[in-house]
Design a protein. Structure first.
Lengths: 116, 113
């Protein structure tokens, strides 16, 4: 069963627009970690953020912000004032605790196009 | 800070050939994970090792094998390569006792022709 769902396959926005990438996860573990990665066309996975299951504080880093809500099992990612350089595939991922061996389970990814 | 090193970065092989991918974890990391990312897909977990022992297994084909050595580096061996094996292969490492996330290498892009 898919444990990380990114319902948006592709999103296209115009530069300077705000955009939110959705992520819903499923786990039975009480200890788990959530991540967002950016994958540019060059292919490497760029780590953006990590959140553990005990820390529901939202976080802002420059133009990026994340909203973690355990009640809805969601971990959404917002880019404010998007730029062309934000164009990439973004993966939401889940790493379960000891029962899951801490391996990373990725969502299907959301491809973001930011047009000038 | 040292990161996960994967080699080679790019590899081109012909069908039915064999390929070996190498992964050098971050120093003091004792756990290694391998992932395969096909074109347009998300990375899929293949196999993991902790302290040189296989700790978990995902959707790894029987034609593939892997091991972790005494210096904690890992190698993924792929035999009888097929066109469908063309993918990005990522290695990640973590410190099992450090309660931290796994850190990913830059990946090896394998092309089978």
């Amino acid at each position: 069963a898919q444990k990380v769902t990114q319902a948006q396959t592709e999103i296209s926005v115009v530069e300077k627009e705000d955009v939110t990438l959705d992520c819903v996860y499923e786990t039975r573990d009480t200890t788990y970690y959530l991540f967002w990665y950016k994958q540019p066309p060059s292919g490497e996975l760029v780590f953006l953020i990590r959140r553990n299951s005990f820390d529901e504080q939202n976080e802002i880093s420059g133009r990026y912000s994340w909203n973690f809500q355990k009640s809805t099992s969601s971990f959404n990612f917002t880019i404010t004032a998007s730029q062309v350089v934000d164009s990439a595939v973004y993966f939401c991922a889940l790493s379960e605790g000891p029962t899951g061996g801490f391996k990373t389970i990725f969502g299907a990814g959301t491809r973001l196009f930011v047009k000038a | 800070a040292a990161g996960v090193i994967q080699s080679p970065r790019h590899l081109i092989k012909e069908k039915r050939e064999t390929a070996t991918l190498k992964c050098y974890p971050i120093p003091r990391h004792d756990t290694v994970y391998w992932y395969q990312q096909g074109p347009g897909q998300d990375p899929q977990f293949l196999i993991s090792f902790y302290e040189k022992m296989q700790s978990d297994k995902g959707s790894i084909p029987d034609r593939f094998s892997a091991q972790q050595f005494s210096d904690y580096h890992s190698e993924l061996n792929m035999s009888s390569l097929e066109l469908g094996d063309s993918a990005l292969y990522f290695c990640a490492s973590r410190d099992f006792r450090g309660n931290t996330e796994a850190f990913f290498g830059q990946g090896t892009r394998l092309t089978v022709v």
